[in-house]
Write a protein that binds this ligand. Sequence first.
Ligand code: ADP
Ligand code: GLC
Length: 494
Amino acid sequence: MKSSKTLQSLFVTSEAHPLIKTGGLGDVAGSLPQALATLKAVRQQPAVSQRILLPGYRHVLSQFDDLKHIANIEYTGHHGTVRLLETTFPDSDITLWLVDAPHCFDRDGGPYADENGQDWPDNASRFAVFSRAAVAISLNQIGLDWQPDIVHCHDWQTGLIPALLSLHPQRPATIFTIHNLAYQGVFSSETFFNLGLPTELWHMQGLEYHGNMAFIKGGLAYADWLTTVSPTYAHEIQGPEFGFGLDGLLRHRAEQLNGIINGVDYDDWNPATDPALLENYDVDHFEKKRANKIALQQQTGLPVDADIPVLAFIGRLVWQKGVDVLLQSLPQLLRLNIQCVILGSGEHAHEQALRELQQRFPQKLAVTIGYNEAFAHQVEAGADMFCMLSRYEPCGLNQLYSLRYGTVPIVRRTGGLADTVIDAKEGARGTGFVFDNTNQADFIDAMQRALSRYNSPKQWQSLAKRGMRRDYGWKQSARHYLDLYIKVSQQNRA
Ligand code: ADP
Ligand code: GLC
């Protein structure tokens, strides 16, 4: 292991904005490495030098014309050559490595599913190839004369890496970050054997999971340290309600598990400079937000009225996000003096139900099914309030974007939402409205409190502005990660 002052880290992820993103993991992986890179060495502690490793999806490769083939990777279980390509991560100095395995990644569609939302049938082997490539790099086996001190893995797609590395004495330290415990990468036991994984990993404390194999267990059981993306979620996943069958293992690992809240990339999400907005604004020019609201109403075909409150929802249309409860609540809500703008994609039944509701309430509800980054920014800027009814929410980023955009969040008290939004009941500290349960009564009650506050424009503005002043940038959280990198790599060396 290198003993230089700079810590070497390999940041392994299946998505990273702006190259490829399906949700918050993309945001985090696209901004945390840059935040870490800007941290200077302090108090005789080292700084960190990182490489990001990403699958060479067709969609990603097509965004570069300067890819350099720097190595071939063997032992990935892939029939055919796996190449390591090098470039620089956009708008940064960080080295980006792409695992070019055409059988696995050279196809249209998303990173995990095809155009119709069907999971790729070969996901197990795709991410096993990716993980084995990461392992070969981490063990300095591909002739690059480089070995990281830390390998930082994210979610089930990278779960095999800590497991496979654990079999090697001269290995870097491993950290596994849980962004969403419900996505576990579960495949049949046959898949385990077909992948040719080492049999010493096949047991209850290993990759085996009720007779199947769970990729995520490779991270949870074998990584030197576990993190998740908020302190409250770190606590919640140790209980049966949020543990999704893995709470026992997480309780067992409680001493090597902590929550570090995600940060916001305020270069990307800043209403004062956001190029997607009709009119830029900040906390001292809050009145300019109004032009964005009118633009949003025009764009979505809602009646233009700067006074009527506009509620927004952006996100994956899935059970986690409480979309069913939002759907149940909308007919009652839309009878009030309110407009609602929804942007999302996900389960077909939810998409269909939303389209039908829009036909029932065309003057009140505007639904956009699909994924649209620029429009997400315009919705954040144009709306007055933003709701998140999540059944669980490891961190959540949209409430943080909403705070910065002066769009008052109305959120369920869970995970990162509980850690970042303070109820208006708390007076001078309040930044939003928080309710206890993902059900219609609690949500409508919170909405009514919000609407009544909205009717006092001065009070509303001071609530919204308080949110805008909150700092959820990466600085502090990146420092926590760096401290952890230092601690875990020292322990590994000892
Ligand atoms: P999750 O990762 O569980 O989906 P987060 O709140 O952490 O939830 O992050 C979601 C990210 O994805 C945010 O950046 C959000 O703006 C974005 N997003 C989700 N759905 C859409 C969509 N339909 N169009 C544009 N952006 C979306
Ligand atoms: C996951 C979680 C979300 C979190 C994101 C980034 O997708 O659902 O709450 O913000 O990861 O960590």
